[in-house]
Design a protein around this ligand. Structure first.
Ligand SMILES: Nc1ncnc2c1ncn2[C@@H]1O[C@H](COP(=O)(O)OP(=O)(O)O)[C@@H](O)[C@H]1O
Ligand SMILES: [Mg+2]
Length: 225
């Protein structure tokens, strides 16, 4: 479903991603594991269309993504929760969740339906809906960022180091939410970056090891869930 072929990205004259080739079938979750600076964020931003790619191809269900701006990719059903989450402090949680869908021009009815579908996956959001974005703790902000990515990401969700800095209880709740995704959208592809693979327990079906911008012998561990 997601297919990356010989992807290279240069930033400021430095090669940050080196000829990455990998693919992910529908309904699969992959952990992209690598140290700080390995290129994890750059890989997600390339898939989302937030930075220019030097060479290679990225396809989602056979559709070429390169050349489409990020909002087209969001419209295709790709959701992204960046590392630095970005919760708008002047909006309520409910408005924060709805914003990307509104930007895409979805009707109020559809936005509401998507919210109703996402709440059982991230039930912690239910009691926060009316709260101001400014009143959230860092961990609550991560939950909202997950919910927001799911509102848009009906086919592919990109989560950048979601567990970083989370207290153990919240990290556990976050991992449980990811575990519910398979039931929620059986065909959904999920890409999660993490520097500490152990935190994701047995959630990923595959692991891609990223070292200095290159995928090393992808240790493809398959778990039956
Ligand atoms: N905007 C930028 N300008 C210059 N170098 C960058 C920029 N963004 C990322 N890099 C470099 O690219 C490499 C990969 O970064 P990144 O994708 O953020 O890694 P990770 O998310 O795995 O920590 C690092 O060496 C980083 O210094
Ligand atoms: Mg990063």
């Amino acid at each position: 479903m997601l297919s990356i072929h010989q992807l290279s990205v240069d930033i400021a004259g430095v090669q940050v991603l080196r000829q990455i080739s990998a693919s992910l079938s529908a309904g699969t979750t992959v952990a992209v594991v690598g140290r700080n600076g390995a290129g994890k964020t750059t890989l997600l931003r390339s898939i989302m269309g937030l930075l220019p790619v030097t060479s290679g191809d990225i396809n989602l269900e056979g559709q070429q993504l390169l050349g489409s701006p990020a909002h087209h990719r969001a419209r295709m059903g790709i959701g992204y929760a960046p590392e630095d989450r970005i919760i708008f402090p002047t909006l309520s949680v409910e408005e924060n969740l709805a914003l990307p869908c509104e930007v895409l021009g979805l009707s109020a009815k559809e936005v509401k339906e998507r919210q109703e579908a996402v709440l059982p996956v991230v039930p912690q959001l239910k009691d926060m809906l009316q709260r101001s974005g400014a009143a959230l703790s860092g961990g609550q902000g991560k939950m909202v960022a997950l919910g927001r990515a799911l509102m848009v990401g009906q086919r592919l969700v990109l989560l950048d180091e979601p567990l970083q800095g989370l207290a153990p209880v919240l990290a556990q709740q976050y991992v449980e939410a990811i575990g519910r995704l398979r039931q929620w959208q059986p065909a959904l592809c999920v890409v999660i970056t993490e520097s500490n693979a152990g935190l994701l327990s047995d959630i990923p079906d595959q692991t891609w090891l990223l070292e200095r911008g290159a995928l090393t012998q992808a240790s493809k561990t398959y778990f039956s869930i």
